[in-house]
Design a protein around this ligand. Structure first.
Ligand SMILES: Nc1ncnc2c1ncn2[C@@H]1O[C@H](COP(=O)(O)OP(=O)(O)OP(=O)(O)O)[C@@H](O)[C@H]1O
Ligand SMILES: [Mg+2]
Length: 504
């Protein structure tokens, strides 16, 4: 351990320090300082003392530099225009001279220096020389330069983006403004910086307290996104998407808000167009559905009635000419019945036009309507038709009752048209707690041809319609030959889709 006292030593060194003269203490202190070059110049500017900091910063050792003129630390061009001497002159005149600039090390490399030159005078005011303190600020300058460059890059970037980007202070006054903001909102930075951002809101937004709420929400949630009307400088409106982010300082306190505003007028128009075209597609699909439904109603209602009428007419055509009054009367009665059937068909057409729903359902309800239907078939055919149901207390909704009625009707018509040798039809309508099952089966010949291999006629829509109706009710259906050899249709639909809730 060296006995030399140094300022950084602990308490134990105090007695040693006290042994030396005050002048010696200063000398030791200054010579030891490494962060600053501290030295004296004589009145002519020649170097008289040197310290550790000077050696570190400038690269000369004391014995190399003492006695030389301090202009060796300056770049040549600066020396050429007499600047070092000028500095001394000013220091002498003002007492103290401070400057920043490039200086040169022994190895010729440059560093950025902060220089303070203080004139030293004796009690009589006579100039003794100068104290010079130099700090190497190269690192700081580099950092500053980097910061400046990165800020510059940031500014260019911000100006290049289309979106309006600006900052607000916690009170909502604009503190920065980019090129996008000028383009979008019409204000130049100089016009808007310092003004409150509520300037961009239409009057109704301001009276609804939107600007304040926006900042409060951003402060509460960190980041918020809004869409709404905003105003340009010229008073015109645009539809904006706004993102506000609260900006916090190192210590966690709110420094302000960053706002990004985007004009979404075009996007909105596009969205509206898209919506309109989706809507058109939906309307088209609904219309298509409706057409299908009407076609099915025509087939199921009018088609069935005309089939029945045709059967009657065929029977009439093949019957013999009336031979007496009684046969004439019978014929008249049949003609009367057919006229009624035609009336019925006309009524059906009216009903179709009116509401596309069999009136009997509205008048009677599903089960009685089925009884009525079955009676009608019984009268027109020799079929023995039986209905089994436990659904007397179930209140079916419109969609459910129409669908089941039409399905049974189509099935019975098919029996009449296709089920050769059928004598019996069994109709079941059984509801459990969750499902309603419907089955229509006959004891005919069952299916004779494959369902889609029938030539020379439009593709049948009866069974397809049944499948479609069941699908719409969210149910399942099985169609085909049954165990006993006849033909059957079995379907099962969720009870909740066919029942009026809470009424049964
Ligand atoms: N009960 C049945 N017994 C035997 N075959 C049947 C029965 N029901 C339907 N079919 C057969 O299924 C085919 C398809 O029936 P579907 O009801 O779809 O058409 P369609 O009755 O022939 O014509 P429409 O479109 O007028 O109803 C019928 O052509 C028939 O061959
Ligand atoms: Mg059919």
């Amino acid at each position: 351990m060296t006995s030399q006292p140094t300022p950084s030593k602990g308490q134990g060194d105090v007695p040693l320090l006290s042994l030396v003269t005050p002048e010696e203490r200063y000398r030791v202190m200054i010579e030891s300082i490494k962060d600053y070059a501290i030295f004296l110049l004589d009145v002519k500017g020649r170097i008289a003392t040197w310290n550790a900091g000077a050696e570190r910063i400038k690269g000369y050792r004391a014995e190399e530099i003492i006695g030389r003129h301090f202009s060796v630390f300056y770049p040549e061009d600066v020396v050429a225009r007499g600047y070092p001497a000028e500095e001394l002159r000013r220091a002498a005149e003002l007492g103290r001279w401070e400057d920043e600039g490039w200086r040169v090390r022994k190895d010729g490399s440059r560093f950025w220096a902060n220089v303070v030159i203080t004139a030293l005078r004796d009690k009589a005011g006579e100039l003794l020389g100068f104290a010079k303190i130099t700090r190497d600020l190269t690192e700081r300058r580099r950092n500053e330069e980097q910061l400046r460059q990165s800020e510059e890059r940031m500014r260019r970037l911000m100006d290049a983006v289309e979106d309006a980007i600006f900052m607000l202070n916690p009170q909502g006054q604009v503190t920065s403004w980019n090129g996008g903001a000028t383009r979008l909102l019409g204000f130049h930075a100089t016009e808007i910086i310092g003004r409150h951002f509520s300037r961009f809101y239409p009057i109704e937004g301001i009276s609804a307290g939107e600007p304040e709420r926006e900042l409060a929400d951003a402060a509460a949630y960190g980041r918020i996104e809004r869409e709404g009307w905003r105003l340009r400088k010229d008073g015109s409106r645009f539809c904006a998407n706004v993102v506000v982010t609260a900006v916090y300082g190192m210590s966690g306190d709110l420094m302000g808000y960053a706002k990004v505003v985007r004009d979404i007028t075009e996007r909105n128009q596009l969205r509206q167009l898209q919506y309109a075209s989706e809507l058109a597609a939906r309307i088209e699909a609904t219309r298509e559905d409706e057409k299908k439904r009407i076609a099915r109603e025509l087939h199921d209602d009018l088609g069935q009635q005309l089939t029945a009428l045709k059967m009657d007419l065929t029977a009439l055509a093949s019957s013999d000419a009336p031979r007496d009054e009684d046969e004439c009367n019978a014929l008249r009665l049949r003609a009367e019945a057919m006229r009624e059937a035609v009336d019925h068909a006309i009524a059906s057409v009216r009903r179709l036009a009116a509401g596309l729903r069999p009136a009997v359902l509205d008048d009677l309800g599903l089960l009685p309507a089925l009884e009525w239907l079955v009676d009608d078939f019984r009268q027109r055919t020799r079929l023995n038709i039986e209905i089994v149901s436990n659904a007397e207390d179930v209140v079916f909704n419109d969609a459910g009752s129409t669908a089941i009625f039409r399905i049974v009707q189509e099935a019975l018509t098919n029996v009449v048209r296709h089920a050769h040798r059928a004598t019996m039809v069994q109709i079941e309508l059984i509801c459990t707690a969750t499902m309603c099952d419907v089955a229509i089966s006959d004891n005919g010949s069952g299916i004779e041809t494959t369902l889609d291999a029938q030539e020379g006629r439009p593709s049948p829509s009866g069974l397809a319609g049944i499948r479609d109706r069941v699908r719409r009710l969210g149910g399942t259906v099985v169609i085909g030959s049954v165990a006993g050899g006849g033909f059957g249709i079995r379907l099962s639909v969720p009870r909740e889709t066919v029942e009026v809730p809470g009424l049964s």
